[in-house]
Ligand binder design. Structure first.
Ligand SMILES: Nc1ncnc2c1ncn2[C@@H]1O[C@H](COP(=O)(O)OP(=O)(O)OP(=O)(O)O)[C@@H](O)[C@H]1O
Ligand SMILES: [Mg+2]
Length: 325
């Protein structure tokens, strides 16, 4: 993250167009905002347009605005996002999804800093810094003819790549602390500590949803955690299940200690976990609860058995079952 911010710092003082690439949830919008807020245009507006999933006509009028009478229903002039971003920064989010027909009009903005509202004759000056973001590889898109090469070069004068979280696991502890603090403040709770084992698990997971997924995971754990400590039992079952599935794969990066398997795993012989994975099985819940008791008592089996109101032998059996897998 620091390396990325250093790079971002290089682009700060200039108004050159910046393209931010990276998988979903890696913080592309966050970087775009940082670029705006720490740059010379910070006092100007920051305006974001999502270019994906909007019909082309709508996106065009959203971006460029229109004059009165431009089309049926255009009863008065409407300012577009470019108008709104004057003197500031325009974030073109998911630029890779922008229809080719609009790309030509955008090229004029990027190249000439000129544009016209729909139905307008006046040529307007676009005093905007353009920042684009995409989860696609725009160079590949341009090669395949799905993105204008000239526009690509205009937008990608300076390129930042936000790496997936699994490629920068060293960021995870700091992010966890950040999100625990955020969630606790939001819930009006005392900031809980994170058990070392939980931190290990959080660092071992692959996060297909990247930082956003980590943020959601922590948000859940903070709500669920009862005491001043976040334990394994407070992590979402879907997270634990995905983690054990990854651990079961031979090439997985994850290496949990054999004596302390993930509590999400059902005891041996209890059959497969619940079919669609959306609901924990009774065995999984029991395992989590046993684990929780062990953590609460600092691994003291006599105490844990008392807490669970079962015999010591029963607890040994449950732990042995878990350890057998
Ligand atoms: N380095 C970071 N520090 C703190 N929070 C972060 C960081 N990176 C991402 N986040 C948070 O993660 C969430 C997702 O980030 P963001 O929306 O910027 O991602 P994105 O790459 O634009 O995702 P998408 O492609 O899905 O739009 C946000 O809540 C953001 O605040
Ligand atoms: Mg985004």
């Amino acid at each position: 993250m620091r390396a990325l911010l250093r790079q971002l710092g290089l682009a700060l003082p200039s108004t050159v167009s910046v393209l931010i690439g990276g998988e979903s949830g890696t913080g592309k919008e966050l970087l775009a905002r940082a670029l705006h807020e720490h740059g010379p245009r910070a006092k100007g507006p920051f305006v974001a347009v999502n270019c994906s999933g909007i019909p082309v006509d709508l996106l065009e009028s959203e971006l460029f605005g229109y004059e009165r009478g431009a089309f049926t229903g255009a009863t008065q002039r409407k300012h577009g996002r470019i108008d709104q971003a004057q003197g500031g920064t325009l974030l073109l989010d998911e630029i890779g999804d922008m229809p080719l027909s609009l790309q030509a009009k955008l090229l004029r903005v990027a190249q000439e800093s000129e544009y016209q509202r729909l139905g307008g004759t006046e040529t307007l000056r676009a005093d905007v810094r353009i920042v684009s973001a995409t989860h696609r590889d725009l160079a590949v898109e341009a090669e395949a003819g799905r993105f204008r090469t000239d526009l690509y070069f205009r937008l990608a004068r300076f390129v930042l790549h936000s790496p997936p979280l699994r490629e920068r696991r060293e960021d995870i502890p700091a992010l966890v602390q950040h999100f625990v603090g955020l969630a606790a403040r939001k819930e009006g709770r005392v900031v809980p500590a994170v058990a070392p084992r939980v931190m290990e698990a959080l660092q071992a997971y692959d996060y297909p949803g990247n930082v956003r997924e980590l943020e959601n995971t922590i948000g859940y754990a903070v709500i669920v955690a009862r005491g001043a400590l976040i334990t394994m039992a407070d992590l979402p079952v879907t997270f634990l299940r995905a983690l054990s599935a990854a651990a079961a794969r031979p090439a997985a990066l994850v290496a949990p200690e054999p004596a302390a398997p993930s509590p999400a795993r059902p005891p041996a012989g209890s059959g497969a976990p619940s079919g669609d994975g959306s609901f924990p099985t009774l065995a999984e819940v029991e395992q989590q609860h046993v684990q929780r008791a062990m953590e609460r008592t600092g691994g003291n089996k006599v105490e844990a058995a008392r807490l669970l109101d079962i015999s010591r032998m029963a607890l040994y059996r449950k732990l042995a079952l878990a350890g057998a897998r």
